[in-house]
Design a protein around this ligand. Sequence first.
Ligand SMILES: C[S@@+](CC[C@H](N)C(=O)[O-])C[C@H]1O[C@@H](n2cnc3c(N)ncnc32)[C@H](O)[C@@H]1O
Length: 309
Amino acid sequence: MTEPSSTPVGPVLPGTDAPLAAGELVLLLDRKGRRYLVDLEPGAQWHSHGGLVEHDDLIGSREGSAVRTSKSMEVVVLRPTREDVVLKMRRGAQVVYPKDQAMIVAMADIRPGCTVIEAGAGSGALTMALLAAVGADGRVVSVERREDHARIARANVERFHGGAPDNWELIVDDVVEVLTSRRAHRVVLDLLEPWLAVPGTAAALPPGGIVCAYTPGVPQVMRVSDELWADGRFTEVRTTETLVRPWDVDGLAVRPAHRMVAHTAFLTTARRVPARDDGGPARRRRKADTGGHVDWEATDRARDAHASD
Ligand SMILES: C[S@@+](CC[C@H](N)C(=O)[O-])C[C@H]1O[C@@H](n2cnc3c(N)ncnc32)[C@H](O)[C@@H]1O
């Protein structure tokens, strides 16, 4: 396992009262609640249908300050939260939403000091949550087999952090390969066929370590759960789904919002245990038979289409 790093680069914490500086990423909010991410650059201008704002008017101001555009529209400036960044940043692949990021960190018990291997890095959304959870003494190794996705993940993570975190490694490769030579406390899998990475995950995790697979469809849950039990080096194989329902609160009109992002994906977690002569912990369920006819690519396309609705 890799040694803990020195202090990583990190975004300025929102709410610290430090003036906004050139080079920082900020969030602009207009009166209609529209949100814009802007990289502050001396001499630059931000343009919108409601007029322009000089970046120099924002640099040196405090979070929460209101400025007026050239057309007198009021805009409030804040440091963005990680949620703001994840929902607005450029995407290569579909991202893990904050509700699921939080549950991954909780269910996989990802704490300061952990070394985590994640795959695929995709757009880097989950990477940011993992970096926050492991802290300066932890380490995140992100694996992505597509160069184009890796480039987007790197750009997003570095933009949010204001540089490359020195406790982060991004490897362009197949995670099945990478897991043969790495050790970690936790493995988080957000990829099409996580069951292919189960043997490697067992090799990378010490007993007690945790794997978490994020899968959009029921057949994938069945297959990865089967594979974890069948491997014989995992127990406590559990699946959860997280639904977060936003509410509208407006005077006496207080009710669930009409729209919500309901299903995104399932989380399947498992604990690594030592290999045993008797084949490992007893399975608690019958093996699922997918008949070998499941179109995993179609399942993934459906996830992307659903998420962009
Ligand atoms: C849904 S995206 C991951 C999104 C990412 N977790 C985020 O929050 O931005 C899935 C990614 O896994 C990558 N991938 C699929 N199979 C892989 C493998 N065997 N090894 C490494 N990356 C893989 C894909 O190229 C894709 O970019």
